[in-house]
Write a protein that binds this ligand. Sequence first.
Ligand code: ADP
Ligand code: ZN
Ligand code: ZN
Length: 757
Amino acid sequence: MSLYADIMLPVPLNQLFCYLVPGTLEHSAVPGARVYVPFGKGRRLTGIIVRTHTDKPADGHTIKEILGVLDPDGPSVLPSQLRLMEWMTGYCMCNPGDVMKASVPAGLRPDSGSNEHTYKPRIEVFVKPGAKLKGYPDVDLEQHLGKTAVRQKETLQKYIELSDLDENPQNPAPVTKKTLADACKSASALKALLDNGLLECYELETGRLPQFNGHTQEPTALSPAQERALNDIRKCFKSKNVCLLHGVTSSGKTEIYIHLIKEHIAKGGQVLYLLPEIALTTQIMHRLQKVFGGDMCVYHSRCSDNIRVEVWNRLAGPNPYKLILGARSAVMLPLQNLSLVIVDEEHEPNFKQEEPAPRYQGRNTAIMLASMLGAKTLLGSATPSLESYSNAINGKYGLVTLTERFRNIKLPRIEIVDTATLRRKKYMKGLFSPILTQHIQEALQNGRQAILFHNRRGYAGTVECPDCGWVQKCDRCDVSLTFHKSTDTATCHYCGQNYRVPVVCPECGSKSLRGRGFGTERIQEEVANLFPKARVARLDLDSAKGGYESIINDFQEGRTDILIGTQMVSKGLDFGGVSVVGILDADSIMNYPDFRATERAFQLMGQVAGRAGRKDRQGTVIIQTRQPQAPVLDMVCRNDYSGFFNEQMQERKTFNYPPYSRLTLVTIKGTDLNSVQSAAAMLAVSLAELFGSQRVLGPDAPAVPKVQYRHIRRIMIKTGLEQTYVSVRTQINEAVNRVASKNGLNGVTVAFDADPM
Ligand code: ADP
Ligand code: ZN
Ligand code: ZN
């Protein structure tokens, strides 16, 4: 009987591909093995076997054979990883090929014909004693070097020092050629020593993963409240797989995690610690490194592919890391021994990958991974997502709350400032209300610090003509440009294209073009005018080109007084000296056309506010707004999570939004507007036939209806909780096939997103 294999291939189709397993490969072509196969006209692709079987495929065309197996000594992909990938293709509506590309580093999937993707081990050149130095210290250096070769003598001495040769003549410490060259500063002397056989070069594969050489410490002792929370978590894990830790900002959740991680590692388990944003993790990484040292690694999609390969290999090997600190993509690593997953800041929308595919929710995927492996999941947040909190309330998850800050410091006092009135009365100085200015002034006088938050970077939101209403837009995208004063350019934040700002309006010739709306750059300019002596830094995607780390470190060490930033300043950063936090324009946070706007606003403001007064005394938060009566502001002020939760759940129920329903977004894209519109219209009709018209919303154009020359239309499908995403996907496929069979999808691409954020 012939053996067949269903294989995941890196192509954007929603299917596995069936190949025949030749008899010679039957023992090695097993699930999880990497194989290469012929594909299309003369192409060869590397894929992964998902399953093998003996069912001859029904359709008549000839089945091709697997050409070779890349894993002769056992599969590269663990069975649990395969199961997770299959779950992601179903629940998250991802194509298998996209999941595979996100999961397996490119260096482990060499495609024949191009070797740009193959992993290159890192080789370093070291120096060791050469033939003439054998027998050291009983060697007459004078004889080999002569009296004049001072530089060579110095260089050799440096080598002896660095390698500790006097102590260990048989086994000197490895010294790289580069280290020695840097230390002696004479390339010619080093070359001479190598040429005359006193030293010798050799190569060694060293790898790129950082080595930890310091000493580790015990975790800090927990406060009684923290100890209680830790106990509750342990208890909760006896009966539940998932526990939500709802702890106010600065209650010391991270310290609790550290204790829990240590316990799990001590029992031989592995811990996966997920964070929403990896660029800002150095603070947390250092806190963890103090305790876990070389047992931990950091993994995210911005690691180079070579590093990803090395982390993968280390995790798949005999001595895996015990703690993996990572962004969402770390859920797809080979974890042989997982016993705990921590999802910190679990409410963060960033856990969802939106673009490109696979569009998966990292938090939910982590929970699934843990349950597949019999591990526990701890979700942590000061402002939990409605989904997680309702799961906790209805008993699906455990719930542990921590209502006091560490050292019992009070949560910050929050003041709402009505900027509309102040502006009418001419009390506003630019973007600043008198009370915000005064608090910043006081902070500076007392040697304290301030954080100013605004959710838009750049200088002005748009460049426009006040005479005719012309707005400068991107040629490739249907969106207005953001003006950056520092570079004097207008930039498209969707495609990155830069433009010059015209001197006169191209429509009417007016010379009074101006910016509208403001961003962090403008705040920085006003701060410089209002507080000329203050040391100011900006943390946003633009300022961070020189590295986020130095900006964060400088603020932490008190080398800057005022930090201006976008959401980046809201994410779990821990600064001791901040006494005041200003939110310059709460309206831009609240007025978002999305059913999650209020949830986002509550979370974002709560998190930003939580940066104030963390170390010794209560801090102050000033929220500037034109809508001081907005209910969400009142809830933020009182830190009233349950009020917020109840009100929002009521609203979601009334309008049948998640978590009372499931949403699936269908996106149609193409360069020709007519094709996109007609495809969207046909697809909407076909979807309505299958789901019922009341469940299908749209098509409509998103707020930015064209990106990179491609027009976009969207259809939203709202289904009941009784229908799984897998079954929704099946019905969508049916609708897509119907339209495709009428040639309705020519020239467009269709993508799906389960639970869009
Ligand atoms: P959260 O994660 O809840 O926002 P953190 O874990 O960052 O809170 O703690 C806030 C601050 O309090 C940090 O600077 C942390 O080092 C300190 N802290 C918390 N718990 C302890 C403890 N048990 N001992 C010493 N310092 C602590
Ligand atoms: Zn004009
Ligand atoms: Zn653009």
